[in-house]
Design a protein around this ligand. Sequence first.
Ligand code: C2E
Ligand code: CA
Ligand code: CA
Length: 724
Amino acid sequence: MTARPLRPVAPPGHPLALLLGGLPHAAWLARLEDRRIVAANAEAARWFAGEGATPEALLGCAADAVAASPEDLAWWLGASHGDRSPLYSDTLVGTRDGRTRPVSRSIRVVELPLHEGAPAEPLVLVTVQDRSAEVALQGQREELLAELQGTLEATADGIVVTDLAGRLRVFNRRFAELFELPEALLSQGDDAALRDALVSRLAQPAADARRLLAPVPEGVGSERFELQGGRILERVARPLLQDGRGNGSVWSFRDLTERLASAQRIETLSRTDPLTGLANRGSLAEHVRRLLEAPPEPGRGAGRAEPGTTSLSLLVVDLDRFGYINDTLGHEVGNEVLLDVARRIQSCLRKGDLLARVGGDQFAIVVSPADTAFAEKLAARVLAEVKKPCTVGDATFTLTCSIGVALAPSHGREADPLMRRAEQAMRAVKDAGRGNWRLHQARTEVDWRSHMKLDHAMRQALVSNRFRLNYQPQVSLETGAITGAEALLRWRDPEMGEVPPGRFIKVAEDSGFIVQLGEWVLRTAVGQAARWHAQGRGLPVAVNVSALQFQQNHFVERVAESIEMAGIPPRLLELELTESILLHDEGGEMLKRLEALARLGVQMSIDDFGTGYSSLAYLKRIPVSKLKIDRAFIAGLPDDDGNAAIVRAILQMARALGKTVIAEGVESEAQRQFLQDSGCDEFQGWLYAPALDVLSFEQRLPILADPSPTPHRRRSPRIRLVSG
Ligand code: C2E
Ligand code: CA
Ligand code: CA
């Protein structure tokens, strides 16, 4: 800074010095003519002449060197050309302490006399106001704002702030997106246009417009709005407080559409069967409950209900031997079949009837109103529809189902008991040979009496030795030789005549008498095996064992005793067990029992194989050497593709596990031929012989070529190929 000494024109006490001293900012006066400073105040001295300097230090200095921003220099240049217009601007100036300060600086020309009595002349008044503090504060504010904006934009919610009058002050991008606000509106700040745009997005503008941005009383919870196109927004409002006083509202909008949709999906899933999309057991129960609670519909159908109740039929439809299709043809085929069956059943129903899938291969139908006659017609229709040949891939087979029917209100007024009764009736159909329908029947007194009478008669028959065993030959498919005999119980009652086992075994199982009866069968059959053995015919005898009998604690001992007493090699006894024996084998007790029997050396087979749900993994574990394919699978051979595929699959599986297979219920040569061609080991059936009394059986026996102990058990070489 060049400061040529100049006579001080405005020493302290001079009116101009006094004038400048009264200003709150650094200020000085300079002559326009030569730019020399003629007066300055203390603040100016402190800034531009250094700490502790007095205003005199600045006198005579060049004004454009004291504050020398480019703008200042430009002003002085302009002034030298006669431009005296003032300059006000924010700029930066360097001060004596080496800092650069943000300042508001003004330069203007004033006409004042330099000395008392002198004429007024143009002087340049420069004031410099320090803005450091202000600028620092503004920086902080801007930083804070940027942070706030960042936070706003980072939230997944649309946020808008309104003032007390309800004007939209700020909103974030997400808010604009949610309401699809046009880009042009975003920066415009046109409150009315913004509001119009928001309202125009509402699905129900008439109902929701007022609610949307009305000032909220404190503590208002969330509200929902539906937009056009179906999106659902949830809005939460909070008062905006400033210094403890309400100053507006902060609204956040959240898009609930996805969440609601997935909640809906979960709801749907929990109520439907994923494979068929039909109702599941839970929603069926719900449907029944609603129907039974609802007042009856007077106009509809064949209701014959009590006044004030709705009549309803519940049909449980269970596919016969489906588990088998699944296991042998694979789950994909199984699923196709189920979908096909669902379609068929559906085709029998009216609008308003409910079809549900309540188990793997079990469906249920609810029709209302409906009486017995109606249910009967429907059941017959479903049976016929399901029985039509079904083709999946390149396999064609026929499937049957068993149907149980329960009626409301006569069989129950709630879903649970109705379902139980319909299932009971369905199981009764299965026991009686499947492929039919039956109405639930409460066990009447008459039923009980005949049941008890039969039980009593059986006990008498055992004491009076009226039971006998017939033997059905089991024949090798390869050699045609008899390889064994199945003992089948026969009973002739003096009054009732010949009672079929299909009838009395069930009663004996119900009453528990089967345990005693079964022990008699075991002793008798083992005795017969011993007689044949003594005659040099080592012919194994197969004995049917009921689940209840097998579950007796002493069963294994009884078997061991009877073999020992008869003195036969244990392999001459075969126990025919059903899959149900192992169905609920918690703790593995039954498996242990099987192992004990195997150690004993007796043979074991699975009877009625294919009607239960034996899994491959399970079959591997149990020490059973033989599978008896259920009669039902043999019946349609060789034309029924489904049964043929199942039988082949069983044979393949058995081969892999090293088990022997016998087919029962073989009635025709074509069946026998198919079995032989497919590699089955043995067969049993009317084609060869029915169950025969001992005498008749023995008349057949001489055809055995070689009565040595083992030829009958000789395995087909085909089975030998693979061992488990
Ligand atoms: P199961 O063990 O499946 O016995 C085979 C049934 O099929 C026998 O009926 C037999 O006479 C019959 N059968 C044999 N060959 C043919 C054929 O070619 N075609 C047809 N359609 N059927 C044939 P059965 O003797 O009336 O016995 C019925 C059921 O009673 C048996 O079925 C078995 O579960 C039970 N049972 C028979 N005897 C006893 C026994 O001593 N103890 C136990 N616990 N149950 C027995
Ligand atoms: Ca059997
Ligand atoms: Ca059987």
